[in-house]
Design a protein around this ligand. Sequence first.
Ligand SMILES: [Zn+2]
Length: 95
Amino acid sequence: MKTLRQQMMALLAGAELSAAELASALRIKEKEVCEHLAHVSRSLSAAGKKLKIRPGSCRKCGYVFADRRRFTRPSRCPRCKSTYLEEPLFQISSD
Ligand SMILES: [Zn+2]
């Protein structure tokens, strides 16, 4: 039986996923996914790997949340205030 974080790492090694997709795959809340991701990211860097984050963006004006290093997603665009946002995607890279 794998731990939740091991399952999370296995999922992220195979595909680029959003926090919502991870939440439904692991049957936990999205908020919990974000907490686990922070730990996963740390143990990955200890193993010489990296949690790659494709930043979320605004679907309305194209604003990219590039400097966002947290694992929670923004609720609205700081530029146009739209809530129609593309979620950040996570994947494990070995380089
Ligand atoms: Zn926007």
